[in-house]
Every structure is written in C-alpha cells, then in structure tokens.
Design a protein around this ligand. Structure first.
Ligand code: SF4
Length: 369
C-alpha cells in the first residue's frame, strides 16, 4: 500500500521559482504571459540563491521558468549554478536544479550543461504534429513540432531526469488519447497532463476530455502497473486543478507570493510582492510557510489573468474530470489519498449544493449535447 507522506505545502525541500524572462519564441493559444525580452540580472539570480539558502530545511530546489528560460544566456546559467552549488556546499544543503522549456531552444550545449549538473528537465509538449503546431506555434514560418522534438533523442540518451508536461486544450481534447500515445512513442516515460487553464471549456470540449480519458484509463493503468509509465498526476495533482503556487522571483527581481502573481504582474504584483529580492526582510521559511495555497490562488488567478473570469466554473469542471481520472487510478493502485476530501473546503465553498463525488456528472454532458 502506497501512501502520500509529504504535504505539497510542507516538507524537507523548499522551492524557489526563478522567472528568468517573459520572452518566448512560441505563441501558445492558451498563454497568458505578456511577452517582452528582458532577462533576469545576474545580481538578482545570486540574491535569490542567497535568500533561499537561509532556509532551515536541508534541501533546496531552484526552478528556472519563463517565458522560455533558455533565452537566458548559457554563460549566466553557468555562473548561477556554480554559485548556487558553492552556497549549498558551504551550508551543508542539497540543491536540485529544474528547468521548464518548450524545447524549441534545446540544443546540444545546453542539454550537455544540464546533464552535467543533474538538472530535472520538464518539457512542455502537447502531442503529435497537428496538436503541437496548432497549440504551440513558433514565431515565423517554422514547424513547431519538428523544432520541439529534434533533440529529444539526445535528451533521452543523456540519461537526464526528464518528464513531459502535456497541456490539453479545449480545442484539442478530442485528440487527447492519440496525443498521449504519441508522447509515449517519442520516448517519454514520465508524463503530467493538465487541462489548459483559461480556455473556454464548453460542453463539447468537456465531453471530449471525459471520453478520451475513459478510453485512456486501461492503457494508463496497465502502463503504470508494469512500470512503463510514471504518471506524475498521481503524486502531483490537486483538485480541482493545479496551479504553480511556489514562491517566485520575477524577471525584475521582485519576490512574489506565487509564480502566478508574476504572470499577472500588471495587476497584482504590487499587492502580492514583498519587495525586491535584494531587500526582503521576512525570513524565507516564514514566507514559504504562509504562501498562497492552490485553493487561494485559483480565484485570484482567474480574476486577474484570464480574459473571461466566468470561465472559472467550466475550468473547474475540466479539472474535476481529470481529478476523477486520477482518483480512480489511485484507488485501483491502492494509493490511500482522497483528492476530494483533501480539497473539500474549496470545492464546497465554490458550490455548497454539490457533493464532491457528484461534482461532475458525465450524464449532464449527454443531456446538454
Ligand atoms: S511556451 Fe510557455 S511562455 Fe511560451 S507561449 Fe507557450 S505557454 Fe507562453
């Protein structure tokens, strides 16, 4: 019997997201980031490392994010990683480097660098050529799918710990089953899926998501049981859906209470920032322990970042379809965890008339259709 032991909010590892740029060569249909080309200053990268190293916890994770973080020059990564490793050694801590990329700018020299420093690599890829080119186009007349996949063989050959984050958009939910298998065929064995936050999940899209997950269920369960798939949603999913709630340093060097506050900077940052990372007075651990929860973050994010906040309801419905899928897997795998109960307060506060187990009734889609 497996059991979740580490709460997503507390544990021996603290995490700091470094949003090193808002620039990006891609134009994903569901992206909420206002893009501009600035890159985080070396001084602020160092200050972020010094701040996180004041934690009393033994393990530190630094997650490079964007925009597209590989727009930051490799020389700056070299300096930052060398400095962070030195600080960790001096303080007797372990440091784990993570980078999320759309893979368009992956090339041998940055793959080799990340391998050398034991990076965990998260690749954002939504599926086969049709889905990838539609969802995640690249600026200019280039084939986004080919660009994103051309160095995958080198990534896998490197042995680097790599997983894919697969966004399922409302307009491609119909191809989820096929896209999931395409991702497997590319060679990924660690997969996280999430419905696109901020899409308009109309009833047809919800129905497509539901039926594709139903179709995928036996394959997914069998792959997990045989050890051929590490399905990250099992350990990393929260109902109704998961946002990035970690503390973050913005491109300008501001410490914010969640990564999502960086995304909606024009509206929120003054309200949710605790000042420049070189001048923060509150201890890292104090800030870390009282940062926003997923439940607190969702309404804030929708109110300020999504063009139609009223879509929150149908986004919750899409999230709950995935929640039911993940909960069923956990039940069948003997993992004791109740995603509904763990998030009951939020779910009930959204609509007190609904019991969690009846949160999403597939019958309603049939009727609506
Ligand atoms: S890769 Fe990320 S930052 Fe770039 S457009 Fe897509 S979602 Fe936005």
């Amino acid at each position: 019997m497996m059991e979740q032991t580490i709460s997503p909010l507390k544990g021996p590892e603290v995490k700091l997201v470094m949003v090193v740029t808002y620039g990006c060569p891609q134009r994903c249909t569901y992206c909420v980031i206002k893009k501009y080309a600035d890159v985080m200053a070396a001084r602020d990268l160092k200050a972020g490392l010094e701040y996180v190293m004041t934690t009393s916890r033994p393990n530190v994770q630094i997650h490079f994010f964007g925009g597209e973080p590989l727009l930051m020059p490799l020389s700056r990564y070299r300096d930052t990683v060398a400095y962070g490793n030195r600080l960790a050694a001096e303080r007797g801590k372990t440091i784990r480097w993570v980078l999320t990329t759309g893979a368009i700018l992956l090339e041998p020299r940055n793959i080799d660098f990340m391998r050398e420093h034991n990076f965990n690599l998260e690749i954002s890829l939504d599926g086969g050529p049709e889905t990838q080119n539609m969802n995640r186009p690249v600026v200019g007349r280039v084939d986004a799918y080919t660009m994103a996949t051309r160095y995958l063989p080198r990534v896998f050959a490197s042995g680097m710990d790599t997983h894919v984050s697969m966004v399922v958009s409302a307009n491609r939910a119909n191809d989820l089953y096929r896209d999931f298998h395409h991702i497997l065929e590319l060679g990924f064995r660690k997969i996280f899926i999430m419905p696109a936050n901020g899409d308009d999940w109309e009833v047809q899209a919800l129905r497509a998501l539901h039926s594709n997950l139903d179709r995928l269920y036996p394959d997914c369960l069998s792959l997990i049981r045989s050890g051929r798939l590490n399905f990250y949603n099992i350990k990393d999913w929260q109902a109704p859906f998961r946002l990035n709630t970690e503390l973050a340093v913005s491109v300008e060097g501001d410490m914010t209470y969640t990564y999502n506050c960086c995304l909606v900077r024009d509206h929120l940052r003054p309200e949710f920032t605790m000042g420049h990372v070189t001048a923060v007075t509150e201890s890292f651990d104090s800030m870390y322990d009282r940062r926003m929860t997923n439940e607190e973050c969702i309404p804030v994010f929708f109110k300020h970042a999504i063009k139609a906040p009223s879509w929150l309801k149908n986004n919750i419905e899409s999230g709950m379809i995935v929640t039911r899928f993940v909960q069923a897997l956990k039940d069948d795998l003997g993992i004791r965890d109740d995603l509904y109960r763990r998030n009951e307060v939020y779910i009930k506060s959204y609509d007190r008339r609904m019991k969690p187990e009846a949160w999403f009734d597939p019958q309603s889609l049939t009727e609506a259709a």
